[in-house]
Design a protein around this ligand. Structure first.
Ligand code: ARG
Length: 471
């Protein structure tokens, strides 16, 4: 090969254009650009939803007499067989066919011939990808909510089984006041309940059917968008075609929901790491979720917790990536939008695994009541209750606070009970039982939280069963 030939631009290469390049282009893509441009390695995950959407679209085209009933039947049979063949691993997706849409259309053409070309009537990949991603997320949000329910159930069970364990509650990671372990665990239940609800709220914004928007302006064919929406289980049709093909707010929102879940998980992971340390000794983590050291034979490391803690950063990164892809993007579709899938799938995968692993950690953890009680029996934890008792004797709280503060300072200067001798301190159990208002750590109130939590788990389970049958 001469130097000259080497320099020839790729446009003169002889590869015949395939897929959407037919017609407009004389040559195949530069191989490097083909790899850069292709999204099939990522969006192949959407194949089931892509085909479901295409079947509904084909049926609608026939109902509206845009294509013949016969053609629609061929398209549907062909699509079903492509679906089966993909499931069986018989179809190899090709990079030169760019994405999941073109790959499936090409597989359909192999299956039923040129009539496959009618499927894309009144449709663009721009509304098609918006549809696929929305359908996919509607299913995945429901799965994620189910994982969350399993984690919440693990927290409730563990709280119930350990109702009598009392430990120090912390602020600034300094011992503050005694609490029930169950109360502490139920605080996480509240976080994950909010996460579950946040996902539910987000559904109303994912659940809008974009098909019919075509490239951006709509289509000249008399499509029935409402029929397609009903057929695919959507509750409404996107109101503006330009918004419909460029909107990824629902993806950003989903990534935010994932980021929030990871943040919650990372806090719980961090507490488990602390509690399982020799310094705390409050719990032992299950062997099947811990790793050993290659050199120190005694080690049992909380790697699962540490990875959850670290992967939180990765999910924040996905959220930032999505926001940045969308920043300053003019209407309507831009290829930038293809970069949305990787972060969406990554946060979905990461948060799904993290939630399930956390459920295993919580169910398998063993809590050491004696160690917790020993820490909770630190007399300084009684300081607030001592001040409260002075208030009951008529002292203003601020004075009582200062008086007890002075006792505590004396104690820490001399170390040991010192001047605390002579003041009667409440035992940890008494102190937790004294907090018997709504939301307090007394046994009856924690039991109430658990009852409420079980009610929520039951109701939310029924709700997701309903939505499954609806879609
Ligand atoms: N693979 C594309 C994506 O994920 C599908 C839409 C392509 N549209 C286009 N006009 N090139 O966004």
């Amino acid at each position: 090969m001469t130097r000259n030939q080497k320099k020839k631009p790729s446009a003169t290469k002889t590869g015949k254009p395939v897929g959407v390049r037919k017609g407009r282009f004389r040559s195949e893509m530069d191989p490097l650009f083909a790899r850069f441009n292709a999204s099939i390695a990522v969006d192949h995950r959407l194949f089931e939803h892509d085909i479901r959407g295409s079947i509904a679209h084909a049926r609608m085209l026939a109902r509206q007499e845009i294509i013949s009933r016969d053609d629609a039947r061929k398209l549907e049979t062909g699509l079903r067989s492509v679906l089966e063949r993909i499931r069986r691993g018989e179809i190899r997706f090709r990079e030169e066919l760019e994405d999941v849409h073109v790959n499936i259309e090409e597989a359909l053409r192999q299956e039923i011939g040129e009539v496959a070309g009618k499927l894309h009537t009144a449709r663009s990949r721009n509304d098609q990808i918006a549809l696929d991603l929305r359908m996919y997320l509607l299913d995945e949000v429901e799965r994620l909510q189910q994982y969350l329910r399993e984690l919440m159930a693990a927290l409730v069970d563990t709280a119930e089984q350990n109702m009598e364990l009392v430990m120090p509650g912390y602020t600034h990671l300094q011992r503050g006041q005694p609490v029930r372990l169950a109360h502490h665990l139920m605080a996480y239940f509240e976080m994950f309940r909010r996460d579950w609800q946040r996902l539910s709220d987000s559904v109303s914004r994912i659940d809008r059917m974009p098909l019919g928007s075509a490239a951006l302006a709509g289509t000249t064919f008399p499509v029935d968008r409402e029929w397609v929406a009903r057929e695919l289980g959507f509750s409404s049709v996107a109101a503006n075609s330009m918004d419909a093909v460029s909107d990824r707010d629902f993806a950003v929102e989903f990534a935010f929901d994932c980021a929030m879940m990871m943040m919650h998980l990372s806090r719980l992971a961090e507490e488990l790491i602390l509690w399982a340390s020799q310094e705390f000794g409050f719990c032992s983590l299950p062997d099947d979720f811990c790793s050993g050291s290659s050199i120190m034979p005694q080690k049992k490391n909380p790697d699962a917790c540490e990875l959850i803690r670290a992967k939180t950063g990765r999910v924040y990164g996905d959220l930032m990536a999505l926001l940045t892809v969308l920043k300053a993007l003019p209407l309507t579709y831009n290829k930038d939008l293809q970069e949305d899938k990787e972060p969406v799938f990554d946060c979905l995968d990461t948060v799904s695994m993290s939630i399930r692993i956390m459920a295993g950690l919580i169910s398998g953890a063993r809590f050491h009541g004696e160690k917790m009680l020993e820490a909770a029996s630190d007399p300084t934890l009684a300081a607030t209750d001592l001040a409260d008792s002075y208030v009951r004797q008529g002292k203003p709280f601020r004075e009582a606070h200062a008086a007890v503060g002075a006792i505590m300072r004396g104690r820490s200067e001399r170390s040991g009970y010192g001047r605390m001798k002579g003041v009667s301190l409440s035992a940890p159990e008494e102190m937790v039982e004294a907090r018997k208002h709504i939301g307090g750590t007394a046994r009856a109130r924690v039991k109430e939280q658990i009852r409420d939590a079980r009610g929520f788990l039951k109701k939310s389970g029924e709700k997701s069963a309903r939505s499954r049958s609806g879609r």
